[in-house]
Design a binder for this molecule. Sequence first.
Ligand SMILES: C[S@@+](CC[C@H](N)C(=O)[O-])C[C@H]1O[C@@H](n2cnc3c(N)ncnc32)[C@H](O)[C@@H]1O
Length: 209
Amino acid sequence: MNYDFSVGFWRKRAVKAALDRRDDSQTWGGHSLRKFPSDALAIQKLLCRCRPQVVVELGTQYGGSALFVSSFAAIAGINAIVSVDLDDLEKPKIPIATFITGDSGALETVAKVKALVGSRTCSVIVDANHHAEFVDKELTHYAPLVSPGQALIMEDTHVDVLNFRKFREHGGPLRSIAKYMPQHPELELTTDIEPYLTTNFFGYWVRKK
Ligand SMILES: C[S@@+](CC[C@H](N)C(=O)[O-])C[C@H]1O[C@@H](n2cnc3c(N)ncnc32)[C@H](O)[C@@H]1O
């Protein structure tokens, strides 16, 4: 499968303008949520469609995104959230969430996540270290955790699309996606989830049933 990961000039300009307005600095229930509102709704739409039993999130930060997922968990049939971060920052109390402090790329962390997921159906949100080399590792470890019919959401691919200086040489999440997905045709890019204003270009995938 060959994907075309190009984005038009005017759309890139619109996303850049939204970033300049800090539209990716939101709050949910009073807790920091680092997403465009349009991406938050897209994540909700996809998870409500896939109905995973467990959502694994790589990159907790202040827990606003875990709190966001927990807000519609009952409607979507989600009964657990496993969220990983290097830092142990203050987070909201979320009864269905287990927070793991650790490096999402470390085998010890991968083992903990796998044990918590067990045999339940699982969708994965990747939103930790955005350097391609690291994301490559995360895809190797966590993409196989995505069950048939479940979602793999790759955040912040805009760092490649908008050619951010920090990622110019070695690439960000989109470079990893472009490398990983052609080898994994069992993962399909969704066609009706990605919003126009997004930081997750080509970031909404589902494993074939
Ligand atoms: C963009 S923030 C996550 C934002 C959060 N998901 C949200 O939407 O509000 C990225 C987080 O990834 C964490 N992180 C960076 N490298 C990591 C690693 N190797 N393992 C686990 N977490 C990491 C950072 O500490 C940071 O809190």
